[in-house]
Design a protein around this ligand. Structure first.
Ligand code: DGL
Length: 275
């Protein structure tokens, strides 16, 4: 395993998710740090993680991060709320490179944005069960958090579907408790959900501020790399590579469609157990 002292700013940033959702984090990282090389790993063969027991999500997440570490990354980004909730502590213990994640940065932004202290979080079952957002907002005791799992949203994104009557009906159903609780701020607590921002804000209207865990994670990653003087500030030709545990052509097709041509140089890798 490479050690931090051997890894300089030329090393890539390693980003990981269960599937396509973390591409929203990768996109935000590329937008905020365009001179950085990135390696993305989507564990699409075992997605979704959301309905799985936390221990299983943890073991898949560590296997994926081990793979990224073999590429000599200078930082690991857990671009998945479910995996952050399950494996952040282990990752920080196991790896010698900085590890950033999605939950705490999103929670902090939401606490800062909310005026009535009623915050909602929509997420997977795994994230809801872990109560990681409850822990993250506990620093602000005035906050009332309404947690709403939206298990079927991930299915739509993984199929490349971001609108339509069925999705709209589902969004109305999932978001009703958030409206009933009078939340003025909603955390998109799954990195797949920024791809559904259109339908979510259509249902909730402009009075609810949406906080993307993906955008906030990218900002947190910038801060960590800046502090460690591991960023490229000068223009350079950045490399991007994508690994999937599923079919590379399907990953490229759906990924590029969802993110407007951003996904190329895709390779399939094998991991332990499928499904
Ligand atoms: N994108 C992931 C998250 O942020 C996981 C979705 C899933 O695989 O269920 O939680």
């Amino acid at each position: 395993m490479p050690f931090e002292s051997e890894i300089g700013s030329d090393a890539p940033i390693g980003i990981f998710d269960s599937g396509f959702g973390g591409l929203t984090v990768a996109r935000a990282i590329v937008d905020q740090m365009p001179n950085e090389d990135v390696i993305y790993l989507g564990d699409t063969a075992r997605a979704p993680y959301g309905p799985r027991p936390i221990a299983e999500v943890r073991s898949y997440a560590i296997e994926c991060m081990d793979r990224l570490v073999t590429h000599g990354v200078k930082a690991l980004v857990i671009a998945c709320n479910s995996a952050s909730s399950a494996a952040l502590r282990d990752a920080r213990e196991l790896y010698d490179v900085p590890v950033t994640e999605v939950v705490l940065p999103a929670a902090r932004r939401a606490v800062a944005a909310s005026r009535n202290h009623s915050i909602g979080v929509i997420c997977t079952e795994a994230t809801a069960t872990s109560r990681s957002y409850n822990d993250a907002v506990a620093v602000a005791p005035q906050v009332r958090l309404t947690t709403q799992p939206c298990p079927r949203f991930v299915e739509f994104v993984e199929a490349g579907i971001t609108g339509g009557d069925e999705l709209l009906g589902l969004a109305r159903e999932y978001l009703e408790p958030i409206q009933r609780a009078g939340c003025d701020t909603l955390i998109l607590g799954c990195t797949h959900y920024p791809l559904l921002q259109g339908v979510i804000s259509y249902v909730l209207g402009d009075q609810v501020t949406l906080v993307s865990s993906s955008e906030e994670c990218a900002k947190a990653t910038y801060q960590v790399l800046q502090r460690r003087e591991l960023l490229h500030h000068e223009p350079r030709e950045a490399q991007r590579m994508f690994l999937t545990t599923g079919q590379s052509d399907a990953f490229e097709g759906i990924g590029s469609r969802l993110l407007g041509g951003f996904v190329e140089d895709v390779h399939t890798i094998k991991v332990g157990r499928r499904n």
